[in-house]
Design a protein around this ligand. Structure first.
Ligand code: BGC
Length: 819
């Protein structure tokens, strides 16, 4: 980090009134940033600027207007490496190109890379050291693959169980999210890759993500969503991505309060703000604190920073100082990361083996054992006749969809990994139990090959309308496989399945007869791509299920792998497993009571079959070494130690956002976070609702006992000490959690208990240790809406310690004072 950068002063300069007037005249601001003069908030149209280093200031003074503008909007990469964003640099001034790649489960380019477990798996390790290792793998891979900026981590709070990107983020709890985001950023940036925390702010759902206006009160925003973003800034993150959604009436990327106010002034962020792809709404967003307008270059012209901004700067309606500051922020980070000193020329080699090891450790440490009746797991020598069931046992579910999907270096199937681990004496049979690939869509007038494929050159798109004859009324599964491309299937005018870069399957209930099908396919950039469009009929599903049941009857232990396909851009319509997998698990468990379930799912799901099965292991999306990790967990080579970072509800109607469309998914693009600070377990505790599995929960093959709680005040916070004993017969790790209760003198809403600290502790069988968990002063504060600042919640407060938010055997009360 350069000294100049650290010393840089943050100031706010008021832009001319002409800025708003000019933008309105051009039809650009649309009232987003420029409400009628009398209604304008005092902070509108002020841009928080930094003082650039002398080197950066000199470079900017030597640039033409076009050169400056080239930094603030996306261009097409002439090398076509497949990253999400490209900035050309200014070769005549020695400023190199800048490549920006997704994120967040690895590096997504036209090349294989380490496909790490989903961030939610990482969070479930409750191990910030692993977050650092995870970040380091991304940092090295990204640099080696010619990238300079990673579009990760995502740290939006899991507010909605249906959220399509819950797998890409960490937790419903701000403390866990803060630790993960900060450590991952440290890891990424330690390798010289610039991290980008996203999506600021309140991008907590995917349905209507581009249109929804989140109405959230200040206390909720500051206590729940913003802490992890602030932690990212404190960890020195170089860039931040603003969100598609609006917050309290202003677009995420034109939100002066969030960008100039909180981010750049209160938190003194000196990096740059880029828009989510296509999230810019006005040239005046520059004044509101946006530095870079990103979109998929080459796909469509951009009217804002690549369009009207030049004219607005030329006629003075937007001050050139605002543009200079945006460029200074980008160049400041390039300087800080050595990119102005040739770092791009000195790149490390990839380390795929090292990456795979970290991927496996995270998968092993983050998998959550949800049920283990009668010690069904780990598997033993007597489990020598095993049936492995489920499509994701054979085709490994490595990661989620959308911009997070990474092409793995390699990925073994769970079937192969378990077969290898089980050894020659075990007999392993496989049954698909279901099918999501099926056969080519039998269209009347088909542009598809006999296997359902369609190949397009880079930059091309194709639409095709046809009809399909549905043989019998029932649920049909449509699958789009679109590596390096985007594809969708629409049935009778309603989009059923669409994916960017990955594979997605979705069910539609269709009546017998003829239906209209619209296919859309496009290859955005990079190389030509082959897409595949297929379907599975109800008869195929039933046949596969019957075959699995027959196989399950003949073995001692059936292991069913169940999965889902979460992806950005859309939420789940419910919390059940898709593709009749609930029916599959039930049927197998009815046939054989020793059934074990392994989940490759992105977030919480409901489990109507839970009482019928012996064990459930949730690995979320476990990355490229997920199969090896799963085999080792099932056989007890490694003891499960992951804990849930989100509550699993009993049903979709028993969640904090259920029952009121204004709370979720919004009505007429308006949504109110009416649960306030009571997100996740805070709501379950407040309302006394019993979850399926509580926040912080996870079993082990051993057991732990807590004792001797001591709480003392230290450094404004608390030190909470207790003994932890491994009371079982295996070595294991426990995530010991400390919760604090409400302050008696606070009138603002407060959680019954909130997580205030934790420690993941390794103990040999029989070992006892004294554990000390530090509770920082900040964890004892609340957001005081009257003063708009943090305040200590003083008085006598409860302290609880235990292994989950609902299993807290130790309790004490402690006095918290203002200092
Ligand atoms: C996503 C971002 C991603 C960007 C670039 C957007 O649609 O929301 O998370 O980084 O695309 O691929």
């Amino acid at each position: 980090m350069s000294k100049q950068w650290r010393r840089g002063r943050v100031s706010r300069t008021r832009a001319s009134k002409a800025a708003c007037a000019g933008a309105l005249a051009l039809g650009l601001a649309g009232g987003l940033l420029c409400p009628p003069a009398e209604a304008a908030p005092a902070t509108a149209a002020e841009r928080a600027t930094i003082t650039p280093s002398p080197r950066v200031a000199k470079l900017i003074s030597e640039m033409t207007l076009d050169e400056k503008l080239s930094f603030v909007s996306a261009q097409v990469d002439p090398k076509g490496l497949g990253e999400a964003g490209y900035i050309p640099g200014v070769p005549r001034l020695g400023i190199p190109e800048l490549r920006l790649t997704d994120g967040p489960a690895g590096v997504r380019v036209n090349h294989h890379a380490t496909a790490l477990p989903a961030p939610v798996t990482l969070a479930s390790t409750w191990d910030p050291r692993l977050a650092r290792d995870y970040g380091q793998v991304i940092g090295r891979d990204g640099r080696a693959l010619d990238q300079d900026v990673q579009l990760a981590p995502m740290t939006n709070i899991i507010r909605v169980p249906q959220g399509g990107r819950n797998f890409e983020t960490f937790s419903e709890d701000p403390l866990v999210s803060s630790h993960m985001v900060a450590n991952e950023i440290t890891g990424i940036q330690s390798q010289g890759l610039i991290a980008t925390v996203k999506h600021y702010a309140e991008n907590n759902q995917e349905d209507d993500r581009m249109g929804v206006d989140v109405n959230v009160d200040a206390q909720t925003m500051h206590e729940i969503e913003l802490p992890a973003f602030q932690a990212a800034v404190q960890a020195g993150v170089g860039a931040l991505m603003c969100s598609y959604n609006s917050v309290n009436g202003k677009h995420g990327c034109g939100n002066d309060d969030l960008l100039n106010g909180i981010l750049k002034t209160q938190w003194a962020f000196r990096g740059w703000v880029m828009s989510d792809w296509g999230a810019t709404h006005a040239t005046t967003d520059l004044v509101a604190g946006l530095d870079q307008d990103m979109f998929t270059a080459g796909l469509q012209p951009d009217p804002y920073f690549q369009g009207a901004l030049k004219q607005a700067i030329t006629d003075g309606s937007i001050p050139v100082a605002a543009l200079d500051d945006a460029v200074a922020r980008i160049l400041g980070q390039m300087e800080r990361f050595g990119l102005l000193d040739g770092a791009a020329e000195h790149r490390p080699a990839r380390d795929p083996k090292g990456g795979a090891k970290v991927a496996q450790r995270v998968a092993e440490s983050g998998a959550v054992l949800l049920k283990n009746a009668g010690g069904a797991l780990p598997l033993t020598a007597s489990d020598n006749r095993i049936a492995i069931i489920g499509p994701s046992a054979k085709t490994p579910k490595v990661g989620g969809g959308g911009s997070s999907s990474v092409t793995p270096d390699a990925a073994t199937s769970p079937l192969d990994a378990i077969t290898r681990r089980a050894g020659a004496r075990a007999s392993i049979t496989y049954a698909a139990g279901g099918d999501t690939t099926g056969v080519a869509l039998p269209l009347a007038d088909s542009p598809l090959g006999s296997d359902g494929t369609l190949t397009l050159p880079a930059g091309a798109y194709k639409t095709a309308r046809s009809t399909i004859t549905v043989p019998a009324t029932g649920d049909y599964i449509f699958t789009v496989n679109a590596p390096g491309s985007y594809g969708s299937v629409t049935v009778d005018g309603a989009k059923v399945a669409d994916t960017a870069y990955g594979t997605v399957s979705a069910s539609a209930h269709l009546t017998a007869g003829t239906h209209t099908i619209d296919l859309f396919a496009t290859v955005l950039q990079g190389a030509p791509a082959t897409l595949r469009f297929t379907w599975v009929t109800p008869d195929m599903v039933t046949a596969a299920r019957n075959q699995a049941v027959a196989v399950a009857k003949k073995v001692r232990t059936p292991i069913v792998f169940a999965y889902d396909d979460l992806t950005e851009g859309t939420d789940r319509t419910g919390l059940s497993l898709p593709f009749s997998q609930d029916e599959l698990i039930s049927a197998v468990a009815d046939a054989n009571p020793n059934t074990i379930v392994v989940l490759n799912t992105g977030s919480s799901i409901t489990m109507p079959w839970l009482s019928k099965v012996k064990a459930v292991l949730d690995t979320y999306y476990p990355g490229e070494n997920g199969a090896e990790a799963t085999a080792r967990l099932l056989y007890g080579d490694v003891n499960p130690s992951g804990k849930l970072t989100q509550t699993f509800p009993t049903s979709a109607s028993a969640t904090p956002v259920a029952g009121d469309p204004k709370a979720y998914p919004g009505v007429d693009h308006q949504e109110t976070y009416k649960e306030g600070i009571f997100v996740g377990y805070r709501w379950y505790d407040k309302t006394g609702t019993t979850p399926l599995f509580p926040f912080g929960y996870g079993l082990s093959y051993t057991s732990f006992a807590y004792g001797d709680l001591r709480v003392r005040a230290s450094h404004g916070g608390l030190t909470v000490s207790f003994t932890l004993k491994n009371t079982g017969h295996r070595d294991g790790q426990e995530v010991a959690q400390v919760y604090v209760g409400a302050g008696p003198n606070v009138t603002e809403p407060q959680a019954v208990r909130k997580l205030a600290g934790y420690e993941k502790v390794f103990l040999h069988a029989g070992q006892t240790r004294t554990v000390s968990v530090r509770v920082d002063a900040q964890q004892l504060r609340y957001w005081d809406t009257r003063t708009g600042s943090w305040r200590m919640a003083t008085g006598t407060r409860g302290v609880w310690v235990g292994g989950s938010s609902r299993d807290l055997p130790l309790h004490a009360a402690t006095a918290v004072s203002a200092r």
